[in-house]
Design a protein around this ligand. Structure first.
Ligand code: FIX
Ligand code: ZN
Length: 416
């Protein structure tokens, strides 16, 4: 039955967007078998680093005094500052209200103790099921760092697969901290040394292969500063060229680059201390052009990089751009960027990832993103109807399925 008018179009798009399960291509979540690495519940939601940064804009508490508090004490301070003394307008705050509302709690009561009582009665394994259901999430990709001692221990001693949690091998310590971390590799039995001899680079490739295999990682990933450039004769440039790209090509895994983060511009804020800078699209263009057999997943943190990243995606079919990352994951910017991408790339991109660090965030990050993506899609479809095009519901379902995960799964399988 063709859709002929915008009223029917809107209700159909809203239904399809709501019913289509998401593959979330980048998160910092873990299944319960990873123990305390899985963050969940109202105090972990409130102490999410986005709210920490926003709270410090109001308080005179010394940074050190804050970090000496317990998680609950930190949450009390943030709740008082951002929810009681100010309206929770910011996206990070409004998101928590969305979670509480979707869980059926009395948001208007503003009763943090009551919310804590609710979560205290939950078991993590059951709650994962609830969150995936309420968030409409099929599966997520984790961020897995073998240099993180706590996580490494799980992988080596107690890992139990959960098909909803796919792994991604995260390489920041290796690529951005070679000098500080190569000794760690040596202590694990990889014969590496300061000078990157062919034998050393061969050992780094062995490290990569072994961890991709152990994790069954679906891609290899790294976050990169605005200054990231390729080609470059730095340790990072050599490791990317001689180790990461060959192993990715050999194992048919994408290399995910998250470009534009300035680490710890205010280190006293901890995870909340990172900032943004405009990256060089030339690095992306060089890699996509010089390594046509490699697949690249790329997201850039600066709003100013978004248009040129779209244009780069038009030039290279081995480039899949994804998400409105971090400081871009706000409705106004998700709308702007998604509209630009639809107009320049049609449906051949991944509009969003959640970057969730706290399990419950899947509920609000996808509720908020679905709303904006649905709005923009609706307007684009309405333009098609105005041009006399005929639209069927199953075509909208096909399109939305690609945007919310199908493009990612196809990209993993694509043979270049
Ligand atoms: O590098 C990353 O994966 C970033 O997403 C994180 O470092 C960042 O703290 C974050 O969670 C942003 O949303
Ligand atoms: Zn992240």
């Amino acid at each position: 039955m063709p859709i002929l008018d915008t009223g029917c179009l809107r209700s159909t798009v809203e239904k399809v967007i709501r019913e289509t399960e998401v593959t979330d291509v980048h998160t910092h979540l873990y299944p319960p078998s990873f123990g305390d690495l899985l963050l969940w519940g109202v105090d972990d939601l409130i102490t999410y680093h986005y709210l920490v940064a926003e709270t410090f804009r109001w308080i005179e508490t010394p940074y050190e005094a804050y970090w000496d508090l317990t998680t609950q004490e930190r949450a009390d301070l943030i709740w008082r500052t951002l929810f009681n003394e100010n309206s929770p307008i910011a996206e990070s705050c409004r998101g928590i209200l969305t979670v509480l509302q979707k869980l059926g709690l009395d948001v208007a009561a503003r009763d943090l103790p009551a919310y804590r009582d609710y979560f205290a009665k939950l078991a993590p394994a059951d709650y994962v099921d609830t969150v995936f259901r309420l968030g409409g999430v099929k599966d997520v990709v984790m961020t897995n760092d073998p240099f993180d001692e706590t996580e490494r221990k799980v992988w080596l001693e107690s890992y139990r697969p959960d098909p909803r949690f796919k792994a991604a091998l995260r390489l920041d310590p290796l690529l951005n901290g070679w000098d500080e971390n190569r000794q760690q590799l040596a202590s694990w039995g990889y014969s590496v040394e300061a000078t990157m001899s062919p034998a050393c680079l061969k050992e780094v490739r062995r490290f990569l292969r072994e961890w991709v295999e152990r994790m069954e990682a679906v891609y290899l990933a790294v976050s990169l500063p605005p200054t990231f450039m390729m080609p470059e004769e730095s340790a990072r440039g050599v490791l990317v060229r001689e180790c990461v790209l060959p192993v990715c090509a050999e194992l048919d895994r994408p290399f995910a680059m998250m470009i534009g983060v300035k680490k710890l511009v205010n280190p006293r804020l901890g995870l909340a201390g990172d900032a943004v800078g405009k990256g060089a699209i030339e690095a992306v263009e060089h890699l996509c052009s010089e390594y046509p057999r490699n697949k690249f997943l790329v997201t850039m943190l600066s709003r100013e990089n978004q248009h040129e990243l779209c244009v780069a995606a038009r030039k290279f079919r081995n480039l899949m751009i994804f998400g409105c990352w971090w400081f871009l994951n706000n409705p106004s910017l998700v709308e702007e960027i998604t509209r630009m991408r639809l107009e320049l790339l049609g449906l051949s991109f991944l509009p969003q990832h959640s970057d969730a660090r706290v399990l419950d965030q899947l509920i609000y990050k996808w509720e908020h993103s679905r709303r904006v993506i649905g709005e923009v899609l609706c307007e684009e479809y309405a333009d098609l109807l105005s041009a006399g095009w005929r639209l069927e519901e199953d075509e909208i379902r096909r399109d939305v399925g690609k945007l919310l995960g199908g493009n990612f799964r196809d990209f993993l399988e694509r043979q270049l």
